[in-house]
Design a protein around this ligand. Structure first.
Ligand code: NAP
Length: 446
């Protein structure tokens, strides 16, 4: 794939890229089926992705008619990389086996290695015979919603499709590699004012936050809504904050250090709570929550923004869900897409029904939502929250940082791009958006 990387950096045309021979194998970050027992009996926090994530050559799969090969310039760590690498809550090979039973093209995915990665920026180098809108040479980013468009259940909101999957998590051939195999309906234009690594980190988290907050499938935020955002300087939160600010809402960002609080303020968030400094103890022990502590958080939020939040942006799960349901305003919505601290959540149902609150489940986004969220990136209305960049060979180290919550925003991974700062095609737009804004997390985070 090195030849593709060099050709792309030298400005090769689509025809020239299409004429380059494809390799039989490519470099990819993957986990192995033979490793799935390696962490049995070890505490979750001690499970080390550096031991389970391998970077080496894997065989190039054949291309299906509705797919494209993309030469990956950069990718990103998502929390699903961590889940896959620590084999929690389940090893991902079961997903691949299931997909493997879905016909001849599905069977390619059922391997004893799983190439991870659900974000990427790069260049299309081949398209299958059914691909109409994309061609070699197109600079793209990739969204991770993988659906079978011949399944009728995928034709309303495709996230409701019965066999909807997340690329690079529930499918093979993900983005943490020098090449990836994606369906054509995962492709979106790359923002011309961003470098490869800045462009690579947005799609998954930006789009998920977009659907959760703005889409009619999410909480449908209105101007003036107060939105409590857990992990507001993290992957999801750092995009959620921007959507709330852009939409005329009032974000209340919760973080866990003065540095993260400072970063949020620089992003334009006035109401910030440092949960560590506040010392909330929502759980007295493993079985008992403390309503007084929920109440204390509610008072702190009111003190900052004058009322209870109409929307709570929830993803930590077990540690925070009780508090989230409690502090949400009467008639408000807790929108949740995850449960990092545990999925068996507990809340006091009286506060939900008596105050007519809604808990709304959300999961990534359909193509339309991903496209609209990507437009905001392309127009510079939402900026990347890239804070640090690792080479692909250090993907384990990068995943460990997300696992241990020692990062801000997003972690980028260089694949074919030899170093940072390449791939910017529209310096004028970059200047208009503002170098300071675009690189805020890179300068202050990390
Ligand atoms: P991230 O970059 O690690 O950010 C999460 C943030 O949550 C951290 O920065 C941390 O902020 C906060 N946090 C962690 N544990 C917490 C706790 N016990 N209590 C309160 N806050 C806590 O991860 P992410 O990319 O935002 O993803 C977050 C979760 O969403 C993961 O479980 C991921 O798998 C999931 N996710 C789901 C979807 C979907 O489509 N369903 C999409 C993206 C992500 P502070 O320490 O600063 O408070």
């Amino acid at each position: 794939m090195r030849a593709f990387g060099e050709a792309i950096l030298a400005g090769a045309s689509g025809e020239e890229l299409a004429a380059l021979p494809l390799p039989e194998s490519y470099r990819a970050a993957h986990v192995l089926a033979s490793d799935v027992e390696m962490f049995v009996g070890i505490d979750s926090a001690e499970k080390d992705p550096r031991k389970s994530l391998h970077v080496s050559e894997v065989a190039l799969p054949e291309l299906a008619p509705d797919e494209a090969y993309v030469a990956v310039m950069a990718s990103a760590i998502n929390f699903n990389t961590v889940w896959s690498a620590i084999f929690e809550p389940l090893p991902t090979f079961g997903f691949l086996q299931r997909l493997g039973r879905e016909g001849v093209w599905g069977s390619r995915h059922a391997q004893d290695h799983h190439v991870l990665g659900s974000d990427a920026s790069g260049v299309v180098v081949r398209v299958g015979s059914m691909v109409r809108k994309w061609k070699p040479g197109d600079k793209v980013v990739i969204h991770c919603n993988y659906v079978d468009d011949q399944d009728p259940s995928s034709h309303d909101d495709s996230m409701l499709a019965s066999n909807q999957r997340i690329w690079g998590f529930e499918t093979n051939f993900g983005g943490l590699a020098d090449l990836t195999v994606v369906k054509a309906n995962q492709l979106m234009p790359k923002a011309a004012h961003l470098s490869w690594e800045e462009a690579a980190v947005n799609a998954l988290c930006n789009t998920t936050a977009y659907r959760m907050l703005l889409s009619r499938n999410g909480a449908v935020m209105q101007q003036g809504d107060r939105v409590l955002i857990w992990g507001a300087s993290g992957g999801l939160g750092s995009y959620a904050v921007q959507h709330v600010l852009n939409g005329g809402g009032v974000p209340v960002g919760i973080v866990s250090s003065p540095e993260k609080a400072q970063l949020l303020r620089q992003l334009g968030v006035e109401a910030v709570i440092d949960r560590k400094a506040a010392g909330y103890r929502f759980w007295l022990d493993e079985h008992t929550q403390d309503e007084l502590e929920w109440r204390r958080l509610g008072k702190d939020v009111r003190a900052l923004v004058g009322d209870d939040p109409e929307i709570v942006f929830e993803h930590p799960g077990r540690q925070t869900m009780g508090a989230s349901v409690f502090v949400c305003k009467r008639g408000g919505t807790v929108v949740t897409c995850a449960a990092t601290s545990g999925y068996m959540v507990e809340y006091d149902n009286r506060h939900l029904w008596m105050r007519l609150k809604t808990i709304k489940g959300s999961h990534f986004a359909n193509y339309r939502e991903a496209w609209d969220a990507n437009q905001l990136i392309c127009e510079g209305k939402v900026v990347p929250t890239l804070s640090v960049v690792y080479p692909l060979v250090e993907v384990g180290e990068a995943a460990l940082r997300v696992h241990h919550n020692t990062h801000e925003g997003k972690i980028g991974v260089l694949c074919l791009a030899p170093h940072e700062g390449l791939g910017i095609d529209d310096p004028e737009l970059r200047e208009r958006v503002g170098e300071e804004r675009i690189t805020l997390f890179r300068r202050l985070g990390g």
